[in-house]
Design a protein around this ligand. Structure first.
Ligand code: AMP
Length: 210
């Protein structure tokens, strides 16, 4: 199964992706995580991406397509994969179709903007395993510590109000057209993301098949 997750920042893509890979044994590909790793390592790619990411913009299609093209060749992708945060533009979606033929399903997690901003500014993320929490609504069991792997939680540099607003605007301008793109292909599944993670996952699992 080849899946794509679409949704604005903090719509719950990462949380749902983790549930999906556990149930359907798919490889997990997050372009955001891959870029953050490059930034942390200080590679050329990381240096190119750093400021763009911090400001809430998108790195170039060319660059991100090159990363994904390599990643989907890996062995763990043979049984299928889920892409979280890619494609983010119609050009990227067209390129993906060229690379793999066609995806099976694009899951669009739809959440109102005001809910997203509240989630972004309260989000705490585990830099090691990627699990995410919210200061108020989904606090970790022990303050500041990841329930899953015990690492210290951090706030992403782009999870501020200012960068969050910019990322939402970027989503509406550049990524929302993907909804129509996949609708026209007959591959779109839209799910209401303004509810708890388990209910959202139940809707997704119903669509993907138990
Ligand atoms: P994410 O963790 O998916 O929210 O991604 C964090 C940031 O990485 C985004 O705000 C972009 O700056 C960059 N990024 C991730 N995926 C892509 C993509 N497919 N195209 C362009 N930029 C991306």
């Amino acid at each position: 199964m080849k899946l794509v997750l679409i949704g604005a920042p903090a719509a719950g893509k990462g949380t749902q992706a983790r549930k999906i890979i556990a149930k359907y044994q798919l490889a997990y590909i997050s372009t955001g995580d891959m870029l953050r790793e490059e930034v942390a390592k200080g590679t050329d790619l990381g240096l190119k991406a750093k400021d763009i990411m911090a400001s809430g913009g998108l790195v170039s299609d060319e660059l991100i397509i090159a990363i994904v093209k390599e990643r989907i060749k890996a062995d763990d992708c043979k049984n299928g994969f889920i892409l979280d945060g890619f494609p983010r533009t119609v050009v990227q979606a067209q390129k993906l179709d060229e690379l793999i033929g066609s995806i099976d399903k694009a899951i669009y997690i739809n959440v109102p903007d005001e809910v997203m901003l509240e989630r972004i500014t309260g989000r705490l993320t585990c830099p090691k395993c990627g699990a995410s929490y919210h200061k108020v609504s989904i606090p970790p069991k022990q303050e500041g510590i990841c329930d899953v792997c015990g690492s210290e939680l951090t706030q992403r540099k782009d999870d501020t109000l200012e960068a969050g607003k910019a990322r939402l605007a970027t989503f509406h301008q550049q990524s929302e057209p993907l909804v129509d793109y996949y609708k026209e292909q007959g591959h779109l599944f839209e799910v209401n993301g303004n509810k708890d993670a388990d209910s959202i996952f139940a809707d997704i699992a119903k669509e993907l098949g138990e």
